[in-house]
Design a protein. Structure first.
Ligand SMILES: Nc1ncnc2c1ncn2[C@@H]1O[C@H](COP(=O)(O)OP(=O)(O)OP(=O)(O)O)[C@@H](O)[C@H]1O
Ligand SMILES: [Mg+2]
Length: 255
């Protein structure tokens, strides 16, 4: 088994004095896609935010290849942590290529390194090359998600975290985006995918963890996941369906 890329041990994090997640431990490896499932409000985004350094760690540690991460978000980007936040956060009024360039400027790099990164992005996502002069806001939902991922890849992370990349996408597009995410793991990245879509996620995941009430309640590799119904019903709520979410919040499909 390869070296652990991202190690989270006993993590507690929240907002102000409010502890939202506690005792969260996860180990993710290169070439591995771990899906972190959980219903609305379970603390998934809070966990990713703490790993990325967007909010402080109240307890526990986050390590990257054995090095504890105590610095700012920028320090963590430089150390190799990438985060694609929920909601396809691209600069809609800027061109596709400008968006990639901006992704590269989050770390100090030479002009050559940025253009190499852009070339790599176009190789992985040929549609972005085709649309490189178009404004990001004119892309479809799926294409914007690809752009958000390509932007996060610009600093060449070793760990890539994605927060509900399926949100707002039509099912066929979700499969395409998940296929791209799975291929990132196959190519060697350590991928931590936060999702609510159980079936789509399990189809591409190597490991699955479930966050419920701010704590990890299941953490297993997919091959050892013996009772999918238990995962679905006990931990994600019986009202959960892939068409909507546990609280009935609508997700508007986009192409
Ligand atoms: N900035 C904030 N200040 C205070 N409380 C917050 C803040 N952000 C989130 N929370 C609370 O923390 C809890 C966990 O939220 P979080 O966004 O981490 O859940 P989630 O699992 O990502 O949910 P979702 O599926 O809706 O994205 C919720 O009760 C939420 O109301
Ligand atoms: Mg969230």
């Amino acid at each position: 088994m390869s070296e652990v890329a991202l190690l989270v041990e006993g993590l507690a994090a929240g907002y102000g004095p409010l502890k939202i997640v506690r005792g969260v431990s996860l180990a993710c490896r290169p070439h591995e896609l771990t899906v972190l499932l959980g219903r609305n409000g379970a603390g998934k985004t809070t966990t990713l935010s703490a790993i990325a350094g967007l909010i402080p760690t109240m307890e526990g540690t986050v390590s990257l290849f054995g090095t504890p991460q105590t610095g700012t978000t920028v320090d963590r980007v430089q150390a190799g942590v990438g985060l694609v936040q929920e909601g396809k956060r691209v600069f809609r009024a800027r061109s596709v290529e400008d968006n990639l360039r901006l992704g590269g400027y989050s770390i100090r790099r030479t002009r050559g390194a940025i253009s190499d990164g852009i070339d790599r992005a176009y190789e992985r996502f040929p549609i972005l090359k085709e649309k490189r002069r178009d404004v990001a806001g004119s892309l479809s939902g799926g294409q914007q998600q690809m752009l958000a991922i390509a932007q996060a890849l610009m600093p060449q992370p070793t760990v890539l975290m994605l927060d509900e990349p399926s949100a707002g996408l039509a099912p066929a597009i979700v499969e395409q985006v998940f296929g791209e995410i799975a291929s990132l793991a196959k190519d060697g990245l350590c991928v931590l995918l936060v999702e609510q879509l159980i079936d789509h996620s399990l189809a591409v995941a190597d490991r699955v963890a479930v966050l419920d009430g701010g704590q990890i309640t299941i953490d297993t590799d997919i091959a050892s996941l013996d009772n999918l119904d238990r995962l679905r019903e006990s931990y994600l709520g019986t009202s959960f369906t892939e068409a909507g979410s546990a609280d009935g919040r609508e997700r508007t499909p986009r192409t």
